[in-house]
Design a protein around this ligand. Structure first.
Ligand code: G6P
Length: 612
């Protein structure tokens, strides 16, 4: 969703701002803008609807705006349609204050009305402009920008990350945060703000993750952080060890394709450091055997693909732990009066660590007294910092909107926690524990084995890309995996697609199967293979075309009935979805490619959804 970048230093700000915005393009946006403050031209603002290229052309690659200080923004419309006027930065009426904002100001209508009664004229439909005008109002009142920011923050409700510049302050950017991520980056004779670390990775790895309620003042030589009463704070720095190249396409046609191919390495990074002496060792989490024994209920809360990772892990954990696991959509969890007490273990799964619904659900779980664990990829993200414990997936930056390595490392991380708890609780036989752990470590090689001959998946995509409606069917873990496979396909190819538990077909969905309907039949879960085959026969009898995904050893049986078969190497049955998902990701990718879709930035979608 929206992206923020800010720069103050000794070089021209505009090209740095445009480049920072380009690094965040993947988040999804519909307009962009920059504001620069310079000694000759004062405060200059340019914005444009559409892709960043339009802004770059408009500003002659930034050359039209001069000065060593500025802010930039990519907007994903919430309040007001995507157009030039609603794009950020927003400028206050007297033209002195420019501001970029991520989040939503919930009481903006009330403030807007009040300001209009004072004669303020608004130009946009956004909630964000209200903050710019309110700042001007308080600045006129008190004459100090930091004080005006403090007063303004006490008045506004909702979520915000703010970057502010003022014509009267030629050397400073002011930043503030509540419930929306904002990072302070320390460079040499230059400093940065960014909503996303990838935007500043080229310049610095020395950062502070701002906390809620904090305000920061940046100049080229210093960053001062204050609490909401403007008392100075001494904040700890963090070091970002992401590889800058990992956030570049590096010759691949799409980030999604690159990230699919990166999965073996990503899973290795998730798993290897956490296995020692044949055991899972989770130094990162402080969960004791005593607490583990008291767990009576487990919730996994998440959105999108992370929710589907939870669906897979429900099967895995219930098998390993013999405890009930409920997977709940974060957007539902927060309003469903969940049954949480101190013996409830709540796992928030989020690649970005910033998904607002997941964050709110996590807070609700904590409020009710549950113990929380975050499974996140982005170090220092809000969810990671608020949970009692965090297990990072260490997948490296994921840029494509549709997740691949984010999802598969969530599976691996949750497999590790499941094994760890099973070990503490003694709910799994040693031989079984060893077998699963050995296979978990072998996953990267087996995945690589499949990736060496994925052309058959590419071929089937070219054969079936023109279907308008596709069904994924499977049982047990195959059903859970099908949910993610179907989501991938619809997200990036815009084909209507649904995933069903095969056993449910005859209770409704089978009426949708007609001659030529494409059914992706998942038959990788060996214990239920025969039942999966019966369902293939059922849909074939109604004229469906069946593309099956199974394991190498079951391929021959599947070929007797399905029209086309893709096979993957065998692993422990609980881990099979980690391999089975790869052909489904590639199938979605190649179908979308054939249909000419914007694979890395599908329409209407955003990488991290920071609004409810
Ligand atoms: C968005 C993304 C999905 C992702 C979901 C949850 O919808 O497009 O790929 O699965 O958010 O994101 P999270 O960062 O919380 O895992």
């Amino acid at each position: 969703m929206c992206g923020i970048i800010g720069f103050v230093g000794r070089q021209e700000a505009a090209p740095i701002l445009l480049d920072g915005l380009a690094q965040m393009e993947y988040r999804g946006y519909d307009s962009a803008g920059i504001a620069v403050r310079g000694p000759e031209k004062g405060l200059q603002v340019m914005k444009s609807k559409g892709r960043l290229q339009a802004l770059s052309d408009l500003t002659h690659q930034g050359a039209d705006l001069t000065g060593p200080l500025g802010i930039g923004h990519t907007r994903w419309a919430t309040h007001g349609e995507p157009n030039d006027v609603n794009a950020h930065p927003h400028v206050s009426e007297n033209g002195k204050i420019a501001l970029v904002h991520n989040g939503i100001i919930e009481n903006y209508l009330e403030i807007k009305e009040q300001l209009m009664n004072h004669g303020v004229t608004f130009t946009s439909d956004t909630d964000s402009e209200v903050v710019a005008q309110l700042l001007e109002y308080h600045y006129n009142e008190c004459g100090s920008m930091t004080e005006a920011v403090g007063r303004c923050l006490r008045r506004i409700e909702g979520a915000y990350a703010l970057g502010i510049i003022c014509a009267d302050y030629p050397n400073a950017i002011i930043a503030a945060r509540k419930d929306a991520p904002l990072i302070l980056g320390f460079g040499e004779n230059e400093n940065f703000i960014a909503s996303d670390v990838t935007a500043i990775l080229k310049h610095t790895r020395d950062v502070i993750y701002m906390n809620d309620g904090e305000i920061a003042v940046l100049t080229a030589d210093s960053i001062d952080v204050f609490d909401d009463e403007l008392t100075p704070l001494n904040r700890e720095h963090s070091y970002v060890d992401w590889d800058a190249e990992a956030a570049e396409k590096g010759g691949y046609p799409h980030f999604m394709f690159k990230e699919i191919l990166e999965q073996p390495e990503a899973i290795r990074k998730t798993v290897s450091p956490r296995v020692r002496g044949g055991r899972v060792v989770l130094d990162d989490i402080a969960l004791t055997a005593d607490y583990a024994r008291r767990i009576s209920r487990i919730y996994m809360i998440a959105c999108g693909s992370a929710y589907y990772a939870g669906m897979v892990e429900k099967y895995v954990w219930e098998t390993l732990l013999r405890r009930p696991v409920e997977v709940v959509l974060a957007s539902e969890f927060r309003y469903c009066q969940p049954l949480v007490d101190e013996n409830t273990f709540v796992i928030a799964i989020s690649q970005s660590g910033e998904t607002l619904d997941t964050m709110a659900a996590l807070r609700e779980a904590k409020r009710l007294g549950g113990r929380t664990l975050a499974v996140c990829n982005v170090v220092g993200s809000s969810i990671a910092r608020e949970a009692d414990d965090v297990l990072y997936t260490w997948a490296g930056p994921e840029i494509a909107v549709a997740t691949s390595k984010g999802y598969s490392t969530q599976l691996a991380a949750l497999d590790l926690v499941g094994l760890y708890l099973a070990d503490l609780l003694g709910t799994v036989e040693k031989a079984e524990y060893d077998a699963i752990l050995t296979e978990l470590q072998a996953l990267p090689d087996k995945m690589q084995q499949y990736l060496e001959h994925y052309e058959e998946t590419q071929y089937y995509a070219s054969r079936y890309f023109n279907h308008n409606s596709i069904f994924f069917i499977g049982r047990n873990l195959d059903f859970a995996m099908g949910l993610e496979g179907s989501l991938k396909l619809k997200e990036i190819s815009y084909i209507h697609s649904e995933a069903y538990a095969s056993g449910e077909l005859k209770h409704g969905t089978i009426s949708l199967i007609e001659p030529g309907t494409l059914v992706v039949a998942l038959g990788t879960h060996a214990p239920l293979f025969d039942k999966a085959m019966s369902n293939v026969v059922e849909v074939k009898a109604r004229g469906a075309t069946v593309l099956a995904v199974t394991t190498d050893s079951l391929r021959e049986s599947m070929e007797k009935t399905a029209d086309a078969v893709i096979s993957i190497p065998e692993t422990h049955q609980l881990l099979q979805p980690s391999l089975g998902i790869v052909p489904l990701q590639l199938f979605a990718y190649y179908v979308a490619l054939q249909r000419g879709c914007d694979i890395d930035k599908p329409r209407n979608l955003a990488k991290s959804v920071t609004v409810e």
